[in-house]
Design a protein around this ligand. Structure first.
Ligand code: FES
Length: 106
């Protein structure tokens, strides 16, 4: 599902836990989705260290911890908590009518 402004359907809000995350593959792109409050956040599901899928990791507050070597990332910014210069790719996202949409390209 893609509208004329480039938004791609990623998941239903009801499928994403308010304390956890959901892996999704809009247009085949591996992402992880978070819903906090009224907003959604979408990050790459590939760790920038050695590429492990973060969806195998765990949550610690508002960070997700990579299952391979324990790097942790802020879910709101994608920044590595110990060095903000390292970032997960972050995708613009929005919630509309109970659905999460992402922009995969600029
Ligand atoms: S692959 Fe994620 S911390 Fe090493």
């Amino acid at each position: 599902m893609l509208d004329e402004k480039g938004w791609t359907f990623a998941a239903n809000v009801s499928d994403v836990s308010a304390r956890s995350f959901k892996a999704a593959y809009p247009k085949g792109v591996p992402i992880i989705l978070f819903v906090r409050g009224d907003g959604a956040f979408a990050l790459s599901n590939r760790c920038p260290h050695l590429g492990c899928p973060l969806s195998g990791g765990s949550m610690k507050g508002d960070t997700i911890v990579c299952p391979c070597h324990d790097w942790s990332f802020d879910i709101r910014t994608g920044e590595l908590t110990m060095s903000k210069e390292v970032k997960l790719a972050k995708f613009e996202s929005k919630i509309d009518d109970g659905k999460i949409f992402v922009k995969l390209e600029d």
